[in-house]
Design a protein around this ligand. Structure first.
Ligand SMILES: Nc1nc2c(ncn2[C@@H]2O[C@H](COP(=O)(O)OP(=O)(O)OP(=O)(O)O)[C@@H](O)[C@H]2O)c(=O)[nH]1
Length: 369
C-alpha cells in the first residue's frame, strides 16, 4: 500500500485562490516531489502558465494542464492515461495535486481514483476546498438570492460538502472576529469538514495540507451507497455511464454515508447556465482603461471570473488581468511575452458573449471579438 501515490484534490469556487495557493506552494522549497494537474473551466489555460512560472527552475515539480473543465465530468480522455503515465514514474513523484475547475465538484475525480486501474497506483489523501473568505463574510453565498446567486450558493455548498479540509483564503486584512464568524459559517454549512486552515498571504502550509491520509483503505466495504435523489435538477438528468464506480466505495471508513446522483455530476452539466468564452483583441490595450472597462462590464453582466493576458503596445511583456466578480487586478507579468495580442477568459452565469464583446469594445475603444 505504501507505494500508492497520495492525491490531494483542490477545489474551491471560481477565483477563491486555488492557483495562487498552488503557485505559492511550488515556489517554496518542498521535501516532496510534486506532480500537479490543473483543470480549468475555460478553453484557454491561464492557471497552468501561472503555476509554471512560479515553479520555474524546480525540476521536481511536474505540471499538466487540462482546459475545458472536463476532469470534473469524469470523462476526460486524457485523465486516466495521464495518471497512468505518472504512475509509471512513481519513483520520481511523492504526491499528486489535482486542481479542479472552480465550477467542479471533486466527486468525479474521487470516483475515478477508485477505479481498479487507478486504485492500483493512487490513493486519495484529502480533498481541500479553498474559500474566498471576504465573499463568505459578505453573504455572497446566502440570504435572498437571485437565480444566478442561488446557482453559485448551491455549488459552494456542495464543494464544502465534499471537503475534508477547508482553507480560509484572502484573510490578511481580516480581524480575528471576522475569522471566527467565517469559521462558524463553514461549520454550520459543512459539519463534516475535518480541519479548517487559515492561508495567510495565500500560502498553504504543506505540513497541514499534504500527507493527511484521510482516505486510507478500509475493510468496511460497501459503506458508500448510491441513493437516487428525489430532487435531481432538470428533466434531462440521467444515471452516469460509470455509475458503478460510485457504488460501494468507501471514503475514509470513518462513517458510512450516502449521497445522491446529482452530487456526483458536474455542476455545469446540470445547469447549462454556466458559460465560459474567450475574447481576443489585436489592438494594444491601455491597462487602466481596460481595468475600468472590465469593472463596468462585470457590474453590468453576470460575470464571476475574468482572467487573461493582455498586450499593451508599450512593452513586449504581457500584463496579467485577474478579476473575481468586480474586483479587478491588473499587473505586469514578466514571465509571459505576448505573441498574439490580448486574450481574456470570461466565466459567468447566463452570459451573453456578443453583449460582453460589444460593451468591452465600446468602453476600451478597441475591437474585442
Ligand atoms: N488579496 C488577496 N488576493 C488573493 C489571495 N489569493 C488569491 N488572490 C487573488 O484572487 C484572484 C484569483 O486567484 P486564483 O488563484 O487565480 O483563483 P482560482 O481559484 O485559481 O481561480 P479559478 O481557477 O478561476 O477558479 C487573483 O487576483 C489572486 O491574486 C489572497 O490571499 N489575498
Amino acid at each position: 500500500m505504501s507505494n500508492l501515490i497520495p492525491v490531494t484534490i483542490v477545489t474551491g469556487f471560481l477565483g477563491s485562490g486555488k492557483t495562487t495557493l498552488l503557485g505559492n506552494l511550488v515556489k517554496t522549497k518542498q521535501d516532496r516531489r510534486l506532480a500537479l494537474l490543473i483543470n480549468e473551466f475555460g478553453e484557454v489555460s491561464i492557471d497552468g502558465a501561472l503555476i509554471r512560472a512560479d515553479s520555474s527552475g524546480q525540476a521536481h515539480i511536474q505540471i499538466h494542464d487540462f482546459p475545458h473543465g472536463l476532469i470534473a465530468y469524469g470523462d476526460d480522455r486524457q485523465f486516466v492515461p495521464t495518471l497512468l503515465a505518472l504512475a509509471e514514474r512513481r519513483s520520481q513523484i511523492d504526491h499528486l495535486l489535482i486542481e479542479t475547475s472552480g465550477l467542479a465538484l471533486p466527486t468525479a475525480v474521487m470516483a475515478l481514483l477508485q477505479s481498479p486501474e487507478l486504485a492500483a497506483h493512487f490513493i486519495l489523501d484529502a480533498t481541500l476546498a479553498i474559500v474566498d473568505t471576504p465573499l463568505l463574510l459578505a453573504d455572497a453565498f446566502a440570504g435572498q438570492l437571485t437565480p444566478a446567486q442561488a446557482a453559485v450558493s448551491d455549488l459552494f455548498a456542495r464543494q464544502l460538502e465534499y471537503a475534508d479540509v477547508v482553507v480560509l483564503n484572502k484573510i490578511d486584512g481580516l480581524a480575528e472576529e471576522d475569522l471566527l464568524v467565517a469559521e462558524a459559517r463553514i461549520r454550520a454549512g459543512a459539519p463534516k469538514v475535518r480541519f479548517l486552515e487559515l492561508a495567510y498571504q495565500a500560502s498553504l502550509d504543506s505540513r497541514l495540507a499534504l500527507g493527511l491520509r484521510l482516505h486510507q483503505p478500509t475493510l468496511l466495504a460497501q459503506t458508500h451507497r448510491y441513493t437516487p435523489l428525489p430532487s435531481v435538477p432538470g428533466d434531462t438528468a440521467r444515471v452516469l455511464a460509470n455509475q458503478h464506480l460510485l457504488d460501494g466505495h468507501a471514503h475514509s471508513g470513518l462513517a458510512s454515508h450516502s449521497h445522491g446522483l446529482a452530487t456526483h455530476k458536474h455542476f455545469h452539466e446540470q445547469d447549462p447556465g454556466w458559460l465560459s468564452f474567450v475574447l481576443r483583441s489585436q489592438d494594444p490595450q491601455q491597462p487602466e482603461v481596460l481595468k475600468s472597462a472590465l469593472f463596468e462590464t462585470a457590474k453590468a453582466d453576470p460575470i464571476l471570473r475574468i482572467k487573461g493576458f493582455i498586450r499593451t503596445g508599450q512593452s513586449e511583456q504581457a500584463v496579467l488581468v485577474q478579476g473575481v466578480r468586480t474586483r479587478m487586478v491588473i499587473s505586469p507579468y514578466a514571465a509571459q511575452p505576448v505573441r498574439h495580442g490580448s486574450e481574456i477568459v470570461f466565466i459567468g452565469y447566463h452570459l451573453n458573449r456578443k453583449q460582453v464583446a460589444a460593451r468591452l469594445s465600446a468602453l476600451t475603444a478597441t475591437r474585442w471579438l
